[in-house]
Design a protein around this ligand. Structure first.
Ligand code: HXC
Ligand code: NAP
Length: 281
C-alpha cells in the first residue's frame, strides 16, 4: 500500500508499543523506515518486543520504561530519543487502562486510575512534546487512539469513555491552536480489534465478544494491519493537510448501534414480503 521508505528518517514514539495494537502500529512504522521508541511500564515485555520487531523489520526499535502518569519521565523519554536518533517527529498516544464494571462498584481510585493513564498520560505527553517542538521550531504529528464510545459514551466502561472523550477535545483544540507551529493532531477511533490486553479485561465471557461481532455491519472484527495502515497515513506527511480529525475504523459498528431503524436487520425476507404487502395496502 505504501512506498517502502515512506517514513524513512522519521522518529516516532509509541506509548504502550510493546503489546497489542501499539506493537502492530509500531511494527508497520518500522517496516516503512521509521526509528521507533516503544515506551510503557513493563521493561521486560518492551525489550522482548523490540528484539522481535527489529528482527522482523530490520529497523531500530528502542525500548524505554515509562509510566505515562509521570510527566518528569516523559521529558526524559523525549531527551533520550533525541540523543539516540537526533529528533522526534511523531507521537502515537496509544497507552491505555480499562476494565468493565458497573460504575457504582468503582472506587474513586479505580476511576482515577483509568483517567490518569488514558487522559492525563495523553495530555502530559502531548504537552511535553508540543513544548519541545515549539521551542525547536520543528513540525510534528501526534496521533491518539480513542474508541467509538468516545462519541457515544458507554455504560460499564465509564472512566475509559470519559478519558477518551477528553482526548478528542484535546486533539481538536490543539489542532486549532498549534497549526501555526505546523503541529498536526489527529485521532483514530477503532471498533473491536482483538488483543489479549483488551479481551481479558473487557470480555469476561467469550459470548460477549460473539455478540459484539454479530452487530457489526461487516460481520467481523478488525485486522491489525488495517489499523496500522490508517495510523501510518495519519502519521505521515501524506496526510499533511489533515488535522483535528477523528477517523473511525469499526466496520460500521457504532452507526449500526445508533441508527433508529437498524434493528430491522433481524427481519427476514419473507417477513418483509408480508409487511410490505400489508403496508402497501
Ligand atoms: C473494578 C478495578 C478493576 C476491575 C482494578 N480496579 N481493576 N476495579 N474492576 N476490574 C481498581 C483497583 O481495585 C484499585 O482501586 C484501582 O483500580 C487501581 O488498581 P491497580 O491494580 O493498583 O492499578 P494499576 O496497577 O495502575 O493497573 C491499571 C489497570 C490495569 C488499568 C487497573 O488493568 C492495567 O494495567 N491495564 C493496562 C492495559 C489495559 O487496560 N489494556 C486494555 C485497553 S483496551 P482501589 O480503590 O481498590 O485501590 C481499551 C479498548 C476499548 O481501552 C475498546 C474495545 C472494543
Ligand atoms: P493493550 O495491549 O493492553 O495495550 C495497552 C498498552 O498500554 C500496554 O502496552 C501497556 O503496557 C500500556 N500502558 C498501560 N498503562 C500504562 C502506563 N501507565 N504507562 C505507560 N504505558 C501504559 O491493549 P490494546 O487493545 O492493544 O489497546 C491499545 C489502544 O487501543 C488503547 O488506547 C485502547 O484503548 C485502544 N483501543 C483498543 C481497541 C481494541 O479492540 N483492542 C478498541 C478501541 C481502542 P504496560 O503494561 O507495559 O505499561
Amino acid at each position: 500500500m505504501y512506498k517502502e521508505d515512506l517514513l524513512k528518517g522519521k522518529t516516532i514514539i509509541v506509548t504502550g508499543g510493546g503489546t497489542g495494537l501499539g506493537r502492530s502500529m509500531a511494527t508497520r512504522f518500522s517496516e516503512l523506515g521509521a526509528n521507533i521508541v516503544i515506551a510503557s511500564r513493563k521493561l521486560d515485555v518492551l525489550q522482548q518486543a523490540a528484539k522481535e520487531m527489529s528482527e522482523k523489520t530490520g529497523g531500530k526499535i528502542l525500548p524505554l520504561q515509562l509510566d505515562v502518569r509521570k510527566p518528569e519521565l516523559i521529558e526524559s523519554i523525549i531527551n533520550t530519543t533525541v540523543e539516540e536518533f537526533g529528533s522526534v517527529d511523531g507521537l502515537l498516544n496509544n497507552a491505555a487502562g480499562n476494565f468493565v464494571s458497573p460504575t457504582e462498584r468503582l472506587s474513586y481510585r479505580a476511576f482515577d486510575t483509568v483517567i490518569d493513564i488514558v487522559l492525563r498520560g495523553t495530555y502530559y505527553f502531548t504537552l511535553a512534546l508540543g513544548k519541545h517542538w515549539i521551542n525547536k521550531k520543528q513540525p510534528g504529528s501526534i496521533l491518539s487512539i480513542v474508541t467509538t464510545y468516545a462519541y457515544t459514551g458507554s455504560g460499564y466502561v465509564v472512566p475509559s469513555a470519559v478519558g477518551k472523550a477528553g482526548i478528542i477535545g484535546l486533539t481538536r483544540s490543539l489542532a486549532a491552536e498549534w497549526g501555526k507551529y505546523k503541529i498536526r493532531l489527529n485521532a483514530i477511533a477503532p471498533g473491536p480489534f482483538p488483543t489479549p490486553g483488551a479481551w481479558k479485561r473487557l470480555f469476561p465471557d467469550p459470548k460477549f465478544a460473539d455478540y459484539m461481532v454479530n452487530r457489526i455491519p461487516l460481520k467481523r472484527v478488525g485486522e491489525h494491519i488495517e489499523l496500522a495502515n490508517l495510523a501510518t497515513y495519519l502519521m505521515s506527511e501524506q496526510s499533511g493537510y489533515v488535522t483535528g480529525d477523528v477517523v473511525t475504523i469499526d466496520g460500521g459498528e457504532w452507526l449500526a448501534g445508533a441508527g433508529e431503524f437498524n434493528f430491522m436487520e433481524s427481519i427476514k425476507e419473507d417477513q418483509w414480503d408480508e409487511i410490505q404487502k400489508r403496508m402497501k395496502k
